[in-house]
Ligand binder design. Structure first.
Ligand code: SF4
Length: 458
């Protein structure tokens, strides 16, 4: 069995499964957020009754993160609905925007977008916060009401996005009926070279198979190249499985996985026992691709879908109006470090936005010094508009007052986010080009798509 088959067999209480089998799977964690949480709660109450209790309150994790820093009253109200539910169900893992359990969330327009407006429990973007808060464990099954839930496959989990109806059912029963996906095999060899990042790995793979090339399939990444990838790198790669239509992504378990998970569960006091899945010798794959990391180059996914792959160096006269670094995929500490490495001591020539995924990342960037400046100061000195209000922000457009949103048609944005279908970051007439934080930085310095090695080489 492949890693995904093995994991699902265990979660279904079976000795073995095959691709195509329909099986009932036990959930280890159900995650929801402010956009889908109210709908999920509505389904749960309608089907299980107004007084019903969730199947296991320790296993429901609620993380508001999407439409938070906006004056839109309906978006603010969604956070209040989550708070009422968490209180009623006594859920220990609700990462509220405000500290008062009886309060109401309201964004203060007067304070503006840049200065922190959240309380001490706020966790930021759900997929980045889940592992950081100790909710991802190898060998487990995670369902989330968000398509990029697949990011947790970096931790040797089966993690996939589900709709509100399925999530309402999981909330009441802790189970879900699933068809076992076929597995595609991506064998990573070698080591990434300077200026090339994990984002380039996944953009390369999606470019090979197309934006629907993994539809309802597992994408298994393994091979000797995995050892050199950090957990942040693996998260970036797993995050974008859905951009090829993948059901899930999965990485093998190793000492780096253990180190991260053990540290985070210990720090947050979450469950620390787990059982990883190890590869079998007789795995059957429906597709094979060997990716030589040494040979990869900075890559861009062009408008209008993530499969439109080009090398950055092939686009050197292509004009760009705006640059954006942020999101679960591209707003981690390591992403901002590479962004800053390219920008340090220079000035951007186009509007450039930086949105850390979580408050912890804001603290990392404001607390880490390179010479006489923090990373945050290096970015601000280069002209990047950095916000302390960690969250999804303009990654998916959001209300019109969202920080970094593309409100105007005709603009081209180069972005470290994960999705570029028309209208994704705002106006349907705007265009999004996906790239690594290093390529976004190099492009912000020139106003044209630029291979970061041209800057780093100097
Ligand atoms: S940062 Fe973007 S991709 Fe990630 S959860 Fe938020 S909206 Fe979705």
């Amino acid at each position: 069995m492949t890693l995904t088959e093995k994991l699902l067999a265990r979660a279904a209480g079976k000795a073995s499964v095959e691709a195509g089998d329909n099986i009932w799977v036990n959930a280890d964690v159900l995650m929801t957020h402010d956009v889908c949480g109210p709908g999920t709660i509505g389904v749960f109450k309608r089907e299980f009754g107004a007084e019903a209790k969730v199947w296991d309150r320790e296993r429901v994790v609620i993380i508001p993160d999407h439409y938070i820093f906006t004056a839109d009253s309906k978006s603010n109200r969604n956070v209040d609905i989550l708070r009422e539910f968490a209180r009623e169900q006594q859920l220990p893992y609700f990462y509220d925007v405000i500290d008062d359990p009886n309060g109401q969330w309201k964004f203060d327009v007067e304070k503006g977008n840049l200065k922190r407006q959240y309380g001490s429990n706020y966790a930021g973007v759900c997929h980045t916060a889940l592992p950081a808060k100790g909710h991802t464990r190898p060998g487990e099954v995670l369902f989330g009401t968000d398509s990029h839930t697949c990011m947790a496959g970096a931790f040797n989990q089966f993690a996939t996005g589900i709709g509100n109806t399925d999530a309402g059912f999981v909330m009441g029963t802790g189970k879900l009926l699933l068809k076992v996906p076929e597995t595609m095999h991506f064998r990573l060899e070698g080591k990434l070279q300077p200026g090339v990042m994990a984002k380039d790995v996944i953009l390369h793979c999606i470019g090979e198979i197309g934006f629907d090339g993994a539809t309802y399939r597992a994408m298994q990444f393994d091979g000797p190249g995995v050892a050199s990838l950090s957990m942040d790198d693996r998260m970036t790669i797993a995050n974008m499985a859905i951009e090829a239509g993948g059901k899930n992504a999965i990485f093998p378990f190793d000492s780096r996985t253990a180190e991260y998970v053990d540290a985070r569960t210990r720090l947050n006091g979450t469950r620390g026992n787990y059982e990883p899945v190890e590869p079998d010798s007789d795995q059957q794959f429906v597709y094979e691709l060997v990716v030589n990391l040494d040979k990869l180059e900075p890559t861009v996914a062009c408008h209008p879908d993530p499969g439109q792959r080009k090398k950055a160096k092939e686009m050197k006269d292509f004009k760009i109006d705006r640059a954006y670094v942020g999101s679960c995929t591209g707003g981690k500490t390591s992403d901002f470090v590479e962004f800053a490495r390219v920008l340090r001591g220079k000035k951007v020539v186009i509007d450039t936005f930086g949105v850390p995924a979580t408050p912890d990342i804001v603290r990392d960037l404001q607390g880490t010094r390179w010479g006489d400046q923090t990373i945050w100061q290096i970015l601000e000195s280069a002209g990047v508009r950095m916000t302390e209000n960690a969250g999804c922000a303009a990654c998916l457009g959001g209300p019109v007052d969202t920080f970094g949103r593309m409100n105007q048609g005709g603009l081209r944005c180069i972005s470290a986010t994960n999705r570029n279908f028309p209208g994704r970051m705002g106006s349907k007439e705007s265009e999004v080009y996906l790239a690594s934080p290093a390529t976004v930085a190099a492009t912000a310095l020139t106003g044209k798509v630029t291979d970061p090695r041209e800057i780093l080489g100097n």
